[in-house]
Design a protein around this ligand. Structure first.
Ligand code: IMP
Length: 192
């Protein structure tokens, strides 16, 4: 069974990805490999940040690994918050404040199109591969629902009538940007 480190300690992401990975991989988090330092995410792109995190683990710990970076891209805000999605409203990374800022900036704009975009970087025996997952949708007028995390209460994925925060974990997986990027990663791993 292949060992793979997922360069995160976010329990929400670990739960989502474990649900997808099943029993096929010996799957480890950063804590599992004793990596407790803050990994820098200082590039101007999702792809650059994903590479930076994966390289940190591969170079520092010698494990094959993958990392991901996700951004919410709102069309009427010229793609913001984008790469600064996690700290859009300030360094506290407060989900409520971040959502309030998106809602305030959008006001009552009729174009509420947005997408979540995840970029995964896999480093396998020193070689780098990228996988992207996109979930198109709409920003709501107000927060609705209390499941999930981050911007879930203000995002309705295309094809659904409810926000991510009104869905069960398994329902969210049918639409999730991260799940889509992960499906591409898993398809790659199964082929090689
Ligand atoms: P990161 O890639 O974990 O740094 O996530 C960047 C930002 O996107 C954070 O503010 C997360 O809360 C948010 N985010 C990532 N994935 C999701 C999601 O599935 N739903 C809602 N917000 C998300």
């Amino acid at each position: 069974m292949a060992t793979l480190v997922f360069a995160t300690n976010n329990p929400n992401k670990i739960r989502e990805i474990r649900a997808q990975l099943g029993e096929q991989y010996d799957f480890r988090s950063l804590a599992d490999i004793g990596c407790f330092e803050e990994i820098p995410e200082t590039t101007p792109t999702l792809k650059g940040n994903a590479l930076q995190k994966a390289r940190h683990v591969f170079d520092g710990y010698g494990h094959d690994c993958f990392s991901e970076d996700t951004g919410l891209e709102v069309e009427a805000l010229a793609g913001a918050p984008g790469v600064i999605t996690a700290h859009y409203a300030g360094p506290e990374r407060d989900a409520q404040a971040n959502m309030d800022k998106v809602l305030a900036e959008l006001g009552d704009a009729s174009n509420r199109k947005a997408q979540f975009r995840t970029v995964i970087c896999l480093i396998e025996q020193g070689t780098t591969h990228f996988f992207e997952g996109i979930c198109p949708g709409q920003i709501t007028l107000e927060k609705t629902g209390d499941s999930g995390f981050g911007y879930d209460p203000i995002f309705i994925p295309e094809g659904a009538a409810r926000t991510f925060a009104e869905m069960s974990g398994s329902e969210k997986l049918q639409y999730s940007h991260r799940a889509r990027a992960m499906a591409k990663l898993i398809a790659y791993l199964q082929k090689h």
